[in-house]
Design a protein. Structure first.
Length: 387
C-alpha cells in the first residue's frame, strides 16, 4: 500500500515539475506579465507540495524535526491552492477588484497556515508516529489539524469549479477557454480527493477499516494534479496540439478519399489541376483540391448515372445500425461505381442525371462536405472489396 501511495506522489511531482519546466522555457518573453509570475509561483508551490509528500513517505526527519516534511507538504499545499485561485482571478481580469480579492486570498492562506502550525505544535506533531497524520488515530488535536487541512483544500476546489464555467463562457480566447475547462475538471477530481481523505480520517476515528479503499485519496490526488498541470500549461501548448489534431484529421480524410478520387481521375484526367503527387506538405490545399476534383469527376459522370437503377442495400447487421446518411452514402457510391462502368463501356442510360447539380448537399460548409465525401468514399471502397 505504501508503494502505491509513494508512486502516486511521484507521479504528481513529475507532472508538476514537467509543467514548471515547460512554463519556465517561456520566461524570457513572459516574465513582465504578473499573471505569468503568479503561475510560476503556483507551479513552484505545487512541486514543493508533492516533493515533500514523496520525502514524507520515506520517513525520518528533516533538520532533526520529526514529521516536518508532512507539515511543509500541508503548508505548501495551502499556499499552492491560494496561488491557483489568484492565477484564476488574474486570467479573468486585472482590475482593482481582482487585486482586492487576491489580497483576501493571501490573508486567508496566511491565517490557515498559521492555524496549521499552531495545531501541529499543540498536537505534539514532531513526536507523533507518522501514521497519525494519515488517519488521526483518534487524537482530537490531530483530527482537527487534518480536517482543517482538508477544508483548506476543498474550499478552493469549490470556488475554482464555480468560477471556471462563467469565466470560460466570458472569454473569446479558445486556448484559455480550454484551460479553464481543464481546471474545472481538475477541481472536481481534487474535491473527490478531499472527500476520500475525509472518509479515511472519519472511518479510522470510528474504528472502521476500509482496506484498499484508503488508496482512493492518493489516486484522486495524483490524477487531479496531472489534469491541473495540463490546465495550467494548456494556453501555451493547446493551440499547437489543436493544429496537430486538425492536420491528422485532414490527413485521414485525404487518404480516405483517395480510392474514390483515383477512379474518378482515371475516368476524367482533366479534373486534376496539377499532376498527382504523394507530398502532403500543403495538406489544406491538397485536401481542398481533392474535394473539388472528386466533385468535378462526379459531375462528369452524371450522363452515365442511371436514375432508374435500384439502390444498393447494406448487408445484415450493417443495415440495422445504419442511419439515413449512411444509406444515402452507399447509394451514391453504388451509382458512381455503375456510372464508371457505363462510361468505360460507352453506355448512356436512358434516364440519366445529365442536368442539375448536387442539390441535396450543402457544399458551402467545407468540413461537412469532407465528412460526407469520406462516407461516400468509404462505402465505395467496401463495394470494391465486395465485387
Amino acid at each position: 500500500m505504501n508503494t502505491t501511495r509513494t508512486l502516486c506522489f511521484v507521479i504528481a511531482a513529475l507532472a508538476s515539475y514537467a509543467a514548471l519546466v515547460y512554463r519556465l522555457c517561456q520566461a524570457r518573453r513572459s516574465w513582465k506579465d504578473s499573471a505569468y509570475r503568479t503561475l510560476i509561483t503556483t507551479l513552484v508551490l505545487q512541486c514543493l507540495t508533492f516533493t515533500m509528500g514523496a520525502v514524507a513517505m520515506g520517513g525520518g526527519s528533516i533538520l532533526g524535526v520529526g514529521n516536518l516534511a508532512i507539515l511543509l507538504m500541508h503548508l505548501s499545499a495551502v499556499a499552492f491552492c491560494v496561488s491557483a485561485q489568484i492565477i484564476l482571478l488574474r486570467w479573468a481580469a486585472s482590475d482593482e477588484t481582482t487585486a482586492r480579492r487576491a489580497r483576501r486570498w493571501i490573508v486567508t492562506g496566511f491565517a490557515l497556515n498559521t492555524l496549521l502550525v499552531a495545531l501541529f505544535l499543540l498536537a505534539d506533531g514532531p513526536d507523533r508516529p507518522q501514521t497519525d497524520f494519515d488517519t488521526g488515530s483518534g487524537r482530537p488535536l490531530v483530527l482537527v489539524y487534518l480536517l482543517a487541512f482538508i477544508v483548506s483544500q476543498a474550499v478552493p476546489c469549490v470556488t475554482i469549479f464555480r468560477q471556471c464555467g462563467p469565466y470560460a463562457r466570458m472569454t473569446d480566447n479558445a486556448p484559455l477557454r480550454q484551460a479553464l475547462r481543464t481546471l474545472s475538471a481538475a477541481a472536481v477530481i481534487l474535491f473527490l480527493y478531499c472527500t476520500a481523505r475525509t472518509v479515511n480520517i472519519l472511518t479510522a476515528a470510528a474504528g472502521v477499516d476500509i482496506g484498499p479503499w484508503k488508496l482512493a485519496s492518493n489516486v484522486f490526488s495524483a490524477l487531479g494534479i496531472v489534469v491541473l498541470s495540463l490546465g495550467l500549461t494548456n494556453s501555451s501548448w493547446g493551440p499547437a496540439v489543436t493544429r496537430l489534431l486538425d492536420w491528422a484529421r485532414a490527413y485521414r480524410s485525404y487518404r480516405a478519399l483517395y480510392p474514390l478520387w483515383r477512379d474518378l481521375y482515371e475516368s476524367s484526367p482533366d479534373i486534376a489541376l496539377e499532376p498527382p503527387g504523394a507530398s502532403v506538405s500543403d495538406l489544406d490545399y491538397r485536401l481542398h483540391r481533392r474535394v473539388v476534383e472528386i466533385r468535378d469527376g462526379w459531375r462528369d459522370l452524371r450522363p452515365y448515372i442511371d436514375r432508374a437503377a435500384p439502390g444498393t442495400d447494406l448487408p445484415g447487421a450493417a443495415a440495422e445500425g445504419a442511419g439515413t446518411e449512411q444509406r444515402q452514402a452507399v447509394t451514391e457510391a453504388a451509382q458512381i461505381k455503375r456510372a464508371l462502368s457505363a462510361k468505360r463501356a460507352g453506355t448512356v442510360p436512358r434516364d440519366n442525371k445529365d442536368a442539375g447539380d448536387f442539390d441535396d448537399r450543402n457544399t458551402d460548409n467545407f468540413r461537412a462536405e469532407v465528412a460526407w465525401l469520406t462516407r461516400v468514399a468509404a462505402a465505395y471502397s467496401k463495394l470494391g472489396e465486395a465485387s
